[in-house]
Ligand binder design. Structure first.
Ligand code: FAD
Length: 258
């Protein structure tokens, strides 16, 4: 039976439980498929962890775990690392600090109506949007930093390989043209909608969570406008405000945290 216990949630909010679950799955499941990590993959991993350590808006213990990992990785100057060493640092085998990333996944806003739907890929998108918004909130000096780190992670490690190929072709097309923190937020929103458009009606779509051009008019009325020709048009300034609010660290809900 693939039905799971349902956790009621608010569709207009982001949940920390999804973000921490994404970190668990990424760092303990997805990466564990690589016994040793070297070359471009190692560079990608270092950038990804660095961005997480800098911008993940988590609990002090989780931030501390990410910082410990980042510091350790920056000290690894050899050509390769072993995943088991990375894992030891993550799981804090030294046991001298309170740095911990909880084990296991608990999807909330990313729950699917059946186990095979949503979950990790949904939480990866959510994490990426949160990170672009955090970079803007905290006034990062490099508008490319978060986008390039997620690009590298997806290309080297994201388990869905067709997804990685599609994402890389969108990145090649236009990611380098992003020159401000605001346009980095919008870049990801536009590409995510492009993916939604491609996947609408696909077998992978959860019938309870149809792929739409997001945010819906219910979620953000002012984001939607109409051209003189009658065609739909996004009010990008309103979308920008909406995204910054929707994904802001101050609004993330902590219900269901382990
Ligand atoms: P998701 O699309 O996962 O969205 C998660 C949540 O983000 C939504 O519930 C909504 O709250 C919010 N959201 C939706 N749209 C936007 C937007 N435009 N901007 C900001 N927030 C938004 N699957 C494939 O089959 N083929 C692919 O090529 C593919 N490429 C992918 C590439 C990446 C980088 C990722 C992370 C995933 C990819 N996937 C792909 C998986 C797919 O996009 C969905 O993540 C998966 O089908 C689960 O869908 P979902 O209904 O949970 O919504």
């Amino acid at each position: 039976n693939s039905t799971v216990e349902w956790r009621p949630f608010n569709k207009t909010r982001v949940y920390m439980s999804d973000l921490e679950s994404a970190l668990h799955y990424s760092l303990r499941v997805e990466l564990s498929g690589h016994i040793s990590i070297s070359g471009d993959d190692l560079t990608a991993l270092k950038k990804y962890i660095h961005v997480l350590a800098k911008y993940f808006p988590g609990r002090p213990s989780v931030k501390s775990a990410l910082k410990t990992l980042d510091n350790w990785l920056q000290l690894q100057t050899g050509a390769e690392i072993r995943y088991s060493d990375f894992r030891d640092v993550l799981d804090n085998t030294v046991q001298t600090s309170d740095a911990v990333l909880p084990e296991g996944v608990q999807w909330v806003g990313c729950q699917g109506s059946q186990e095979r739907y949503r979950g990790y890929p949904c939480a990866v998108w959510t994490l990426f949007h949160v990170l672009t918004v955090q970079a803007k909130e905290t006034g990062s000096s490099d508008p490319q930093e978060v986008l390039q780190a997620m690009r590298g992670y997806v290309s080297s490690f994201f388990g869905c390989r067709p997804c990685a190929t599609h994402f890389e072709s969108m990145a090649q097309e236009s990611m380098d043209h992003v020159t401000s923190l605001s346009s980095a937020v919008l870049w990801l929103w536009i590409r995510h909608n492009r993916v939604n458009n491609r996947l609408a009606g696909d077998l992978s779509e959860d019938p309870h969570f149809p792929k739409i051009q997001w945010p819906s008019p219910e979620l953000c009325p002012s984001c939607h406008g109409v051209k003189r020709t009658g065609e739909h048009q996004w009010n990008q300034e309103e979308v920008q405000i909406f995204l910054q609010n929707y994904f802001s660290s101050a609004r993330i809900l902590t219900d269901y945290l382990q």
